[in-house]
Design a protein around this ligand. Structure first.
Ligand SMILES: [Zn+2]
Length: 87
């Protein structure tokens, strides 16, 4: 599990913008990211523990990867929708 920091996620989002993988929502906090070129598919999970954000991807990367960068956009939108529904 990797901690999401502003710096690490900005780099990952930047790389996701270039590679443009396909993101599918499996459920809240769980996303499927597919590389359109290679067809490789990875699962990304997000966690929130004592106010800190963490992510996990099942690719080989040992730091915040672009799969996480690609899916965080969908995650933020969903998280906002969820918080509105609970009001
Ligand atoms: Zn990854």
């Amino acid at each position: 599990m990797l901690e999401i920091t502003k710096e690490s996620i900005e780099k990952a989002i930047e790389k996701a913008r270039i590679t443009k993988p396909k993101v599918k929502v499996i459920q809240f906090r769980l996303y499927s990211v597919t590389n359109k070129t290679t067809g490789a598919n990875y699962e990304v999970k997000f966690y929130k523990i004592s106010g800190k954000k963490f992510a996990e991807c099942d690719c080989k990367a040992t730091k915040i990867c672009y799969h996480i960068g690609a899916s965080i956009g969908a995650h933020i939108v969903l998280a906002e929708q969820m918080s509105r529904q609970t009001v």
